[in-house]
Design a protein around this ligand. Structure first.
Ligand SMILES: C[S@@+](CC[C@H](N)C(=O)[O-])C[C@H]1O[C@@H](n2cnc3c(N)ncnc32)[C@H](O)[C@@H]1O
Length: 236
């Protein structure tokens, strides 16, 4: 089941080129010319999604998680979430995306067979194209729902005390600074339910300090290829 709300407010954005890149674990990502950065780690897009975001927030173990994602991008984290959970296990997934990629790019980077993902790609053609911008996309199947809101997540009201998991997955703080400010981290901390976890691939000191200042208990973890560390922050 899917629905699209027609856009009345969005201006079109300039055309962008997307080069598809194969990463070290065999999964693909793309390069964004708008941000001059790849959407996922070149060391492994799928393994980053699984290790940092899904397992980092324990969403694979949660009986009925509510995931809030900052930057839906190519949907790697969403597919990894589906892939590490039973197909009949409930899931509420709310993502924000300011610059939806064209649906051909979503189709090109994956052949995932989960029916919910197939519905997403199909619905995306009315969501992710310049001529048919939509405000939100909603797909659902057997107790699993995905909502993607086409808006600037740093400027919107987030649900309060709602998320069991937050995937903080903007482009890097250097090129996408509004998603890493202390003020935005406070909004994210408010969106987490008690005991919920936020994960991010960045282990930068200023990100860690912003999460601590927002009242979260932050730990550095390892386990990614390329010997990189990442952060998991828990709301007490
Ligand atoms: C690193 S990519 C996300 C990759 C994605 N999570 C995945 O699993 O494929 C960052 C995403 O954040 C989006 N983005 C950047 N600034 C944003 C903003 N202010 N509000 C919402 N989305 C934003 C970008 O367009 C991009 O799709």
């Amino acid at each position: 089941m899917s629905s699209i709300r027609p856009d009345t407010t969005r201006r079109s954005v300039p055309d962008e080129d997307f080069a598809v890149i194969e990463t070290s674990d065999g999964s693909s990502t793309a390069f964004s010319t708008r941000f001059s950065q790849a959407y996922s780690s070149r060391h492994g897009a799928r393994s980053q999604a699984e290790t940092v975001f899904v397992r980092g927030t324990a969403t694979d173990q949660h009986p009925s998680p509510r995931v809030l994602e900052v930057g839906f991008g190519l949907g790697h984290n969403f597919r990894a979430t589906l892939g590490l959970r039973r197909p009949d296990a409930p899931l509420e997934y709310l993502a924000f995306e300011l610059f939806p990629v064209p649906s051909e790019i979503l189709g090109a980077i994956t052949d995932n067979q989960d029916p919910l993902w197939k519905d997403t790609v199909q619905a995306w053609s009315a969501f992710g194209t310049e001529s048919a911008r939509a405000v939100s996309l909603h797909v659902s199947s057997h107790g699993r729902t995905l909502t993607v809101r086409h808006e600037d997540v740093s400027q919107t009201a987030l649900p309060v005390n709602w998320a069991s998991a937050i995937y903080l997955d903007g482009f890097s703080p250097r090129v996408n600074p509004e998603l890493w400010t202390p003020e935005f981290c406070v909004q994210l901390a408010l969106a987490l339910a008690s005991g919920g976890r936020l994960a991010t691939y960045s282990a930068a000191g200023h990100v860690r300090r912003a999460l601590v200042a927002a009242g979260l208990e932050v730990e550095k973890r390892s386990g990614l290829t390329g010997k990189r560390e990442f952060l998991v922050a828990r709301k007490p």
